[in-house]
Ligand binder design. Structure first.
Ligand code: TYD
Length: 136
């Protein structure tokens, strides 16, 4: 896949004087069936997360609180996204290298994933990923 296949998706937002509500329905507001939910929190200042690509897993990232950056890389092109609100998220298809940095204090990154956790789905070596993705 290419960086241009990654996109910001706006989520429904029910705004009321008593506060906002946003919801995400599997295969409706994200383009895959949700199999797994995880979240990153208590990330120390200056820390970086990610540093991998997935062979099959698609993901959708939302800044539930605070903010952080996501750098996407398809082996040729790169793009940096700044996520800072909980009514939109970033869709990342399979075979995109991602790095997360610039976490604000107290930030929470929610991730919806299309498959259960499986370490064999990861490329953790950038050169290996790049060779495979650029050739395909
Ligand atoms: P990893 O995906 O490398 O985290 P990040 O991309 O945020 O830096 O996962 C970190 C560790 O957590 C690694 O040992 C695998 C484990 N893990 C699970 O057991 N289940 C999961 O759903 C995820 C995402 C990670």
């Amino acid at each position: 896949m290419k960086v241009s296949d990654c996109k910001i998706i706006d989520l429904p937002k029910i705004a009321e004087p008593s506060g906002n509500l946003t919801f995400i329905e599997s295969a409706r507001h994200v383009p895959f069936q949700i199999a797994r939910v995880y979240y990153l929190y208590d990330v120390p200042g200056g820390a970086e997360r990610g540093g991998h690509a997935h062979k099959v897993v698609e993901e959708f990232l939302v800044a539930m609180s605070g903010s952080f950056d996501v750098v996407l890389d398809d082996g040729r092109d790169k793009a940096r996204f700044h996520l800072n609100r909980s009514f939109y998220g970033l869709y990342i298809p399979r075979m995109i290298w991602r790095e997360l940095d610039n976490f604000s204090s107290g930030s929470v990154c929610l991730v919806l994933a299309s498959e259960y956790y499986d370490e064999s789905d990861y490329f953790r070596d950038y050169s290996e990923f790049q060779v495979v993705n650029v050739q395909s």
